[in-house]
Design a binder for this molecule. Structure first.
Ligand SMILES: Cc1cc2nc3c(=O)[nH]c(=O)nc-3n(C[C@H](O)[C@H](O)[C@H](O)COP(=O)(O)OP(=O)(O)OC[C@H]3O[C@@H](n4cnc5c(N)ncnc54)[C@H](O)[C@@H]3O)c2cc1C
Length: 355
Protein backbone atom coordinates (compact mmCIF):
# COMPACT_ATOMS: atom_id res chain seq x y z
CA UNK A 1 0.00 0.00 0.00
CA UNK A 2 1.34 3.42 -0.92
CA UNK A 3 1.07 6.07 1.72
CA UNK A 4 3.15 8.72 0.08
CA UNK A 5 1.71 10.93 -2.63
CA UNK A 6 2.80 10.30 -6.21
CA UNK A 7 2.37 13.27 -8.45
CA UNK A 8 1.86 13.25 -12.19
CA UNK A 9 5.10 14.50 -13.70
CA UNK A 10 3.97 14.42 -17.33
CA UNK A 11 4.99 17.37 -19.51
CA UNK A 12 3.03 20.55 -18.99
CA UNK A 13 3.53 24.03 -20.36
CA UNK A 14 2.46 25.78 -17.15
CA UNK A 15 5.38 27.63 -15.55
CA UNK A 16 6.61 26.00 -12.35
CA UNK A 17 5.86 28.00 -9.19
CA UNK A 18 8.81 28.67 -6.90
CA UNK A 19 9.01 25.70 -4.54
CA UNK A 20 10.52 26.12 -1.12
CA UNK A 21 12.70 22.97 -1.22
CA UNK A 22 13.38 20.35 -3.87
CA UNK A 23 15.09 17.15 -2.80
CA UNK A 24 16.65 15.05 -5.56
CA UNK A 25 16.78 11.36 -4.64
CA UNK A 26 14.24 9.27 -2.70
CA UNK A 27 16.81 7.06 -0.98
CA UNK A 28 17.17 6.97 2.79
CA UNK A 29 19.13 10.27 2.90
CA UNK A 30 16.70 12.24 0.71
CA UNK A 31 13.56 10.88 2.38
CA UNK A 32 14.95 11.54 5.85
CA UNK A 33 15.91 15.11 4.97
CA UNK A 34 12.58 15.76 3.23
CA UNK A 35 10.61 14.28 6.14
CA UNK A 36 12.41 16.41 8.74
CA UNK A 37 11.89 19.58 6.70
CA UNK A 38 8.25 18.78 6.15
CA UNK A 39 7.70 18.08 9.86
CA UNK A 40 9.05 21.58 10.52
CA UNK A 41 6.42 23.02 8.19
CA UNK A 42 8.53 23.46 5.05
CA UNK A 43 7.13 22.81 1.60
CA UNK A 44 9.15 19.93 0.12
CA UNK A 45 8.94 18.01 -3.15
CA UNK A 46 11.11 14.93 -3.77
CA UNK A 47 12.21 13.97 -7.29
CA UNK A 48 13.19 10.36 -7.96
CA UNK A 49 14.34 8.89 -11.26
CA UNK A 50 13.25 5.32 -10.48
CA UNK A 51 9.69 4.00 -10.48
CA UNK A 52 9.88 3.34 -6.75
CA UNK A 53 11.42 4.82 -3.64
CA UNK A 54 14.26 3.56 -1.44
CA UNK A 55 17.29 3.73 -3.72
CA UNK A 56 19.83 1.18 -2.63
CA UNK A 57 17.70 0.10 0.36
CA UNK A 58 15.93 -2.28 -1.98
CA UNK A 59 13.58 -5.25 -1.77
CA UNK A 60 12.24 -7.09 -4.81
CA UNK A 61 9.10 -9.22 -4.72
CA UNK A 62 8.92 -12.67 -6.30
CA UNK A 63 5.42 -14.10 -6.18
CA UNK A 64 4.75 -11.90 -3.17
CA UNK A 65 7.93 -12.87 -1.30
CA UNK A 66 10.42 -10.11 -0.63
CA UNK A 67 14.14 -10.50 -1.30
CA UNK A 68 16.55 -7.85 -0.06
CA UNK A 69 19.13 -7.16 -2.73
CA UNK A 70 20.77 -4.05 -1.25
CA UNK A 71 21.60 -4.05 2.46
CA UNK A 72 20.54 -7.33 4.08
CA UNK A 73 20.03 -5.68 7.44
CA UNK A 74 20.50 -2.29 9.08
CA UNK A 75 23.17 -1.87 11.68
CA UNK A 76 24.38 1.00 13.79
CA UNK A 77 24.92 2.48 17.19
CA UNK A 78 23.64 6.05 16.92
CA UNK A 79 20.65 6.39 19.33
CA UNK A 80 18.60 8.55 16.94
CA UNK A 81 19.12 6.13 14.06
CA UNK A 82 18.20 3.15 16.23
CA UNK A 83 15.08 5.02 17.37
CA UNK A 84 14.15 5.70 13.73
CA UNK A 85 14.45 1.97 13.01
CA UNK A 86 12.26 1.13 16.01
CA UNK A 87 9.57 3.46 14.71
CA UNK A 88 9.20 1.60 11.41
CA UNK A 89 5.76 0.04 11.27
CA UNK A 90 6.91 -3.39 10.19
CA UNK A 91 7.81 -6.58 12.00
CA UNK A 92 11.43 -6.17 13.12
CA UNK A 93 13.88 -9.04 13.13
CA UNK A 94 16.28 -8.01 15.83
CA UNK A 95 19.85 -9.27 15.68
CA UNK A 96 19.45 -10.78 12.22
CA UNK A 97 21.70 -12.46 11.09
CA UNK A 98 21.97 -14.63 14.18
CA UNK A 99 23.92 -17.40 12.48
CA UNK A 100 27.02 -16.13 10.71
CA UNK A 101 29.63 -18.42 9.22
CA UNK A 102 33.01 -17.82 7.67
CA UNK A 103 35.83 -15.48 8.44
CA UNK A 104 35.57 -13.08 5.52
CA UNK A 105 34.98 -9.40 6.23
CA UNK A 106 31.39 -8.24 6.55
CA UNK A 107 30.13 -5.77 3.94
CA UNK A 108 30.58 -2.87 6.37
CA UNK A 109 33.43 -2.97 8.85
CA UNK A 110 31.92 -3.22 12.27
CA UNK A 111 28.51 -4.46 11.09
CA UNK A 112 28.73 -7.56 13.27
CA UNK A 113 30.53 -6.14 16.30
CA UNK A 114 28.77 -6.94 19.58
CA UNK A 115 28.16 -3.26 20.43
CA UNK A 116 26.37 -2.65 17.12
CA UNK A 117 22.61 -3.21 16.94
CA UNK A 118 21.22 -5.02 13.92
CA UNK A 119 17.71 -5.16 12.55
CA UNK A 120 16.03 -6.49 9.42
CA UNK A 121 12.31 -6.46 8.57
CA UNK A 122 10.11 -9.46 7.86
CA UNK A 123 8.55 -7.67 4.86
CA UNK A 124 11.96 -6.56 3.55
CA UNK A 125 14.41 -3.73 4.11
CA UNK A 126 12.34 -1.44 1.92
CA UNK A 127 10.01 -1.09 4.90
CA UNK A 128 12.46 1.51 6.22
CA UNK A 129 12.36 3.96 3.27
CA UNK A 130 8.65 3.29 2.88
CA UNK A 131 8.17 4.45 6.46
CA UNK A 132 10.35 7.52 5.84
CA UNK A 133 8.31 8.41 2.75
CA UNK A 134 5.00 8.72 4.60
CA UNK A 135 3.21 11.97 3.86
CA UNK A 136 5.80 13.23 1.38
CA UNK A 137 5.12 14.51 -2.12
CA UNK A 138 7.31 12.36 -4.35
CA UNK A 139 7.55 12.57 -8.14
CA UNK A 140 8.67 9.19 -9.39
CA UNK A 141 10.26 8.48 -12.78
CA UNK A 142 11.59 12.03 -12.74
CA UNK A 143 15.29 12.06 -13.52
CA UNK A 144 17.10 15.32 -12.89
CA UNK A 145 19.57 16.04 -15.68
CA UNK A 146 20.72 19.57 -14.95
CA UNK A 147 20.70 22.36 -12.38
CA UNK A 148 21.20 26.07 -12.80
CA UNK A 149 21.59 28.84 -10.26
CA UNK A 150 19.18 31.72 -10.87
CA UNK A 151 18.67 34.82 -8.69
CA UNK A 152 17.26 33.65 -5.36
CA UNK A 153 17.10 29.97 -6.23
CA UNK A 154 17.70 27.15 -8.69
CA UNK A 155 16.21 25.84 -11.87
CA UNK A 156 16.15 22.07 -12.06
CA UNK A 157 15.78 20.25 -15.36
CA UNK A 158 13.74 17.13 -14.61
CA UNK A 159 11.87 14.71 -16.85
CA UNK A 160 10.31 16.16 -20.00
CA UNK A 161 8.56 19.12 -18.39
CA UNK A 162 9.69 22.73 -18.06
CA UNK A 163 12.39 23.37 -15.43
CA UNK A 164 11.25 23.31 -11.83
CA UNK A 165 12.16 26.31 -9.73
CA UNK A 166 13.08 26.14 -6.06
CA UNK A 167 14.74 28.27 -3.47
CA UNK A 168 16.59 25.47 -1.62
CA UNK A 169 17.93 22.41 -3.41
CA UNK A 170 19.10 19.17 -1.82
CA UNK A 171 21.04 16.53 -3.74
CA UNK A 172 20.78 13.21 -1.89
CA UNK A 173 22.42 10.79 -4.28
CA UNK A 174 25.29 8.35 -4.58
CA UNK A 175 28.56 10.26 -4.65
CA UNK A 176 29.22 9.83 -8.38
CA UNK A 177 25.65 10.90 -9.23
CA UNK A 178 26.08 14.04 -7.11
CA UNK A 179 29.34 14.87 -8.90
CA UNK A 180 27.67 14.47 -12.29
CA UNK A 181 24.84 16.86 -11.39
CA UNK A 182 27.20 19.41 -9.86
CA UNK A 183 29.10 19.41 -13.15
CA UNK A 184 25.99 20.79 -14.86
CA UNK A 185 25.89 23.77 -12.49
CA UNK A 186 27.85 26.63 -14.03
CA UNK A 187 30.90 27.66 -12.03
CA UNK A 188 30.15 29.09 -8.63
CA UNK A 189 32.75 30.33 -6.13
CA UNK A 190 33.08 27.02 -4.24
CA UNK A 191 32.87 24.77 -7.33
CA UNK A 192 36.56 23.96 -7.74
CA UNK A 193 37.07 23.22 -4.05
CA UNK A 194 33.95 21.10 -3.88
CA UNK A 195 34.94 19.13 -6.97
CA UNK A 196 38.39 18.50 -5.51
CA UNK A 197 36.90 17.42 -2.17
CA UNK A 198 34.35 15.02 -3.64
CA UNK A 199 36.96 13.71 -6.08
CA UNK A 200 38.87 12.25 -3.13
CA UNK A 201 36.19 9.62 -2.57
CA UNK A 202 34.52 6.89 -4.56
CA UNK A 203 31.95 4.10 -4.43
CA UNK A 204 32.57 0.44 -5.14
CA UNK A 205 30.27 -1.70 -7.30
CA UNK A 206 28.51 -4.87 -6.20
CA UNK A 207 27.20 -7.48 -8.63
CA UNK A 208 24.35 -9.29 -6.93
CA UNK A 209 22.32 -12.40 -7.74
CA UNK A 210 19.05 -13.42 -6.15
CA UNK A 211 17.94 -17.04 -6.57
CA UNK A 212 14.82 -18.93 -5.52
CA UNK A 213 14.44 -22.67 -4.82
CA UNK A 214 11.71 -25.01 -3.66
CA UNK A 215 11.13 -25.05 0.08
CA UNK A 216 12.45 -28.61 0.32
CA UNK A 217 15.90 -27.48 -0.86
CA UNK A 218 18.63 -28.23 1.70
CA UNK A 219 18.84 -25.73 4.54
CA UNK A 220 22.28 -24.42 5.42
CA UNK A 221 23.04 -23.82 9.08
CA UNK A 222 23.72 -20.10 8.57
CA UNK A 223 21.83 -16.92 7.78
CA UNK A 224 24.88 -15.31 6.20
CA UNK A 225 28.07 -16.93 4.98
CA UNK A 226 31.25 -14.91 4.43
CA UNK A 227 33.40 -17.20 2.28
CA UNK A 228 36.91 -16.09 3.11
CA UNK A 229 38.65 -18.09 0.39
CA UNK A 230 36.47 -16.94 -2.52
CA UNK A 231 37.85 -14.29 -4.89
CA UNK A 232 34.36 -13.70 -6.28
CA UNK A 233 31.95 -13.87 -3.35
CA UNK A 234 31.70 -11.35 -0.58
CA UNK A 235 28.79 -13.14 1.02
CA UNK A 236 25.85 -15.45 0.53
CA UNK A 237 22.68 -14.75 2.54
CA UNK A 238 19.78 -17.08 3.17
CA UNK A 239 17.19 -14.35 2.69
CA UNK A 240 14.18 -16.58 3.28
CA UNK A 241 15.09 -16.95 6.96
CA UNK A 242 13.79 -13.36 7.28
CA UNK A 243 10.34 -14.15 5.87
CA UNK A 244 7.34 -15.15 7.96
CA UNK A 245 5.84 -17.70 5.54
CA UNK A 246 8.27 -18.10 2.64
CA UNK A 247 7.09 -19.69 -0.60
CA UNK A 248 10.65 -20.19 -1.77
CA UNK A 249 13.99 -20.74 -0.15
CA UNK A 250 15.88 -17.71 -1.35
CA UNK A 251 19.55 -16.80 -1.42
CA UNK A 252 21.35 -13.60 -2.28
CA UNK A 253 24.96 -13.68 -3.46
CA UNK A 254 26.97 -10.45 -3.41
CA UNK A 255 30.28 -10.23 -5.25
CA UNK A 256 33.43 -8.67 -3.88
CA UNK A 257 34.24 -5.12 -5.07
CA UNK A 258 37.29 -6.20 -7.11
CA UNK A 259 35.44 -9.03 -8.84
CA UNK A 260 32.45 -6.72 -9.43
CA UNK A 261 34.70 -4.11 -11.04
CA UNK A 262 36.30 -6.73 -13.29
CA UNK A 263 32.90 -8.02 -14.48
CA UNK A 264 30.89 -4.78 -14.38
CA UNK A 265 30.53 -4.40 -18.13
CA UNK A 266 30.41 -8.12 -18.98
CA UNK A 267 27.06 -9.52 -20.19
CA UNK A 268 24.68 -9.98 -17.27
CA UNK A 269 24.02 -13.65 -18.07
CA UNK A 270 27.76 -14.33 -17.91
CA UNK A 271 28.56 -12.83 -14.52
CA UNK A 272 25.20 -13.94 -13.15
CA UNK A 273 25.99 -17.54 -14.04
CA UNK A 274 29.52 -17.34 -12.65
CA UNK A 275 28.32 -15.89 -9.36
CA UNK A 276 25.58 -18.49 -9.02
CA UNK A 277 28.05 -21.30 -9.73
CA UNK A 278 30.42 -19.88 -7.13
CA UNK A 279 27.56 -19.79 -4.59
CA UNK A 280 26.63 -23.37 -5.52
CA UNK A 281 30.21 -24.34 -4.66
CA UNK A 282 29.33 -23.41 -1.06
CA UNK A 283 25.69 -24.54 -0.99
CA UNK A 284 25.86 -27.76 -3.03
CA UNK A 285 25.43 -28.70 -6.71
CA UNK A 286 21.60 -28.42 -6.40
CA UNK A 287 22.01 -24.64 -6.04
CA UNK A 288 23.25 -24.27 -9.64
CA UNK A 289 19.69 -24.82 -10.94
CA UNK A 290 17.29 -22.48 -9.13
CA UNK A 291 13.60 -22.13 -9.95
CA UNK A 292 14.33 -18.52 -10.80
CA UNK A 293 17.25 -16.18 -10.64
CA UNK A 294 17.59 -12.43 -10.94
CA UNK A 295 20.89 -10.57 -11.28
CA UNK A 296 21.30 -6.91 -10.35
CA UNK A 297 24.23 -4.67 -11.20
CA UNK A 298 24.92 -2.07 -8.52
CA UNK A 299 27.39 0.33 -10.10
CA UNK A 300 27.66 2.43 -6.94
CA UNK A 301 26.86 0.10 -4.06
CA UNK A 302 28.87 1.16 -1.06
CA UNK A 303 31.56 3.67 -0.36
CA UNK A 304 35.14 2.61 -0.82
CA UNK A 305 37.42 2.44 2.22
CA UNK A 306 37.97 5.80 3.95
CA UNK A 307 35.35 7.45 1.73
CA UNK A 308 33.49 9.59 4.18
CA UNK A 309 33.00 13.16 5.24
CA UNK A 310 32.01 14.25 8.72
CA UNK A 311 28.94 16.30 7.83
CA UNK A 312 26.52 17.08 5.01
CA UNK A 313 27.44 20.22 3.07
CA UNK A 314 25.41 23.37 2.70
CA UNK A 315 26.48 26.05 0.26
CA UNK A 316 25.04 29.56 0.16
CA UNK A 317 24.22 31.13 -3.17
CA UNK A 318 23.52 34.80 -3.91
CA UNK A 319 20.01 35.91 -3.03
CA UNK A 320 19.64 33.46 -0.11
CA UNK A 321 19.40 30.22 -2.12
CA UNK A 322 20.98 27.18 -0.51
CA UNK A 323 22.37 23.99 -1.99
CA UNK A 324 22.59 21.00 0.35
CA UNK A 325 24.44 17.75 -0.21
CA UNK A 326 23.42 14.62 1.69
CA UNK A 327 23.91 10.88 1.17
CA UNK A 328 25.98 8.10 2.67
CA UNK A 329 29.31 9.83 1.96
CA UNK A 330 28.33 12.78 4.16
CA UNK A 331 28.48 11.10 7.58
CA UNK A 332 31.05 8.84 9.20
CA UNK A 333 30.81 5.10 8.72
CA UNK A 334 28.94 4.99 5.41
CA UNK A 335 25.88 2.83 4.80
CA UNK A 336 22.31 3.27 5.96
CA UNK A 337 23.15 4.89 9.27
CA UNK A 338 25.32 7.51 7.57
CA UNK A 339 22.69 8.18 4.90
CA UNK A 340 20.02 8.68 7.55
CA UNK A 341 22.23 10.90 9.73
CA UNK A 342 23.26 13.04 6.76
CA UNK A 343 19.60 13.66 5.93
CA UNK A 344 18.68 14.63 9.49
CA UNK A 345 21.74 16.83 9.95
CA UNK A 346 21.25 18.65 6.67
CA UNK A 347 17.61 19.36 7.53
CA UNK A 348 18.75 20.69 10.93
CA UNK A 349 21.24 22.99 9.27
CA UNK A 350 18.58 24.32 6.90
CA UNK A 351 16.19 24.85 9.79
CA UNK A 352 18.69 26.46 12.15
CA UNK A 353 19.09 29.35 9.77
CA UNK A 354 15.73 30.81 8.87
CA UNK A 355 15.17 31.02 5.14
C1 LIG B 1 24.45 -4.64 -2.39
C2 LIG B 1 24.50 -3.60 -1.31
C3 LIG B 1 24.79 -3.97 0.00
C4 LIG B 1 24.84 -3.01 0.99
N1 LIG B 1 25.10 -3.40 2.27
C5 LIG B 1 25.03 -2.49 3.26
C6 LIG B 1 25.15 -2.90 4.60
O1 LIG B 1 25.33 -4.06 4.92
N2 LIG B 1 25.05 -1.95 5.55
C7 LIG B 1 24.82 -0.63 5.27
O2 LIG B 1 24.70 0.18 6.18
N3 LIG B 1 24.72 -0.23 4.00
C8 LIG B 1 24.82 -1.12 3.00
N4 LIG B 1 24.70 -0.72 1.71
C9 LIG B 1 24.73 0.73 1.41
C10 LIG B 1 23.41 1.42 1.66
O3 LIG B 1 22.40 0.78 0.95
C11 LIG B 1 23.58 2.86 1.17
O4 LIG B 1 24.68 3.45 1.83
C12 LIG B 1 22.36 3.72 1.45
O5 LIG B 1 21.17 3.06 1.07
C13 LIG B 1 22.54 5.01 0.65
O6 LIG B 1 21.39 5.82 0.76
P1 LIG B 1 21.38 7.22 0.01
O7 LIG B 1 20.06 7.82 0.26
O8 LIG B 1 22.60 7.97 0.39
O9 LIG B 1 21.57 6.89 -1.54
P2 LIG B 1 20.63 6.04 -2.53
O10 LIG B 1 19.95 4.95 -1.81
O11 LIG B 1 21.50 5.67 -3.68
O12 LIG B 1 19.53 7.09 -2.99
C14 LIG B 1 19.72 7.97 -4.08
C15 LIG B 1 18.43 8.02 -4.89
O13 LIG B 1 18.59 9.01 -5.91
C16 LIG B 1 18.02 8.54 -7.12
N5 LIG B 1 18.69 9.25 -8.20
C17 LIG B 1 19.96 9.10 -8.66
N6 LIG B 1 20.21 9.98 -9.65
C18 LIG B 1 19.08 10.70 -9.80
C19 LIG B 1 18.72 11.78 -10.68
N7 LIG B 1 19.60 12.29 -11.56
N8 LIG B 1 17.47 12.29 -10.59
C20 LIG B 1 16.57 11.80 -9.68
N9 LIG B 1 16.87 10.79 -8.84
C21 LIG B 1 18.10 10.25 -8.89
C22 LIG B 1 18.33 7.06 -7.09
O14 LIG B 1 17.47 6.34 -7.95
C23 LIG B 1 18.12 6.73 -5.61
O15 LIG B 1 16.78 6.37 -5.35
C24 LIG B 1 24.62 -1.64 0.68
C25 LIG B 1 24.31 -1.27 -0.62
C26 LIG B 1 24.25 -2.24 -1.61
C27 LIG B 1 23.90 -1.82 -3.01
Amino acid sequence: MLDFRMVDSSPTRAPSPLLETLVVGAGVAGLTCAGALRSAGRQVVVLERAHGIGGRCATRRFDGQGVDFGPLFAHGHHPAFLKALREVEAEPLRDWPRRVEGGGPPCQPGALEPTVRRVAFAEGMKAFPRHLARGLEIRLETRVTGIRAVPGGFEVVAGDGPPLRCRDLVLALALEQTRRLLDTLEPFPQAAGLRALLGLFGSVPCLTVMAGYALDAPVPAWDVLYPEASDALQLVAQDSTKRAAPRFRTFVAQARPKWSRQHLDAPTEQWGRELLDEAAGHLGPWAATPLWTYPHRWRYARLGPTSELAEPLRIEFPGGARLGLAGDVFSPGGGLQAAWLSGIRLADRFLQEPS
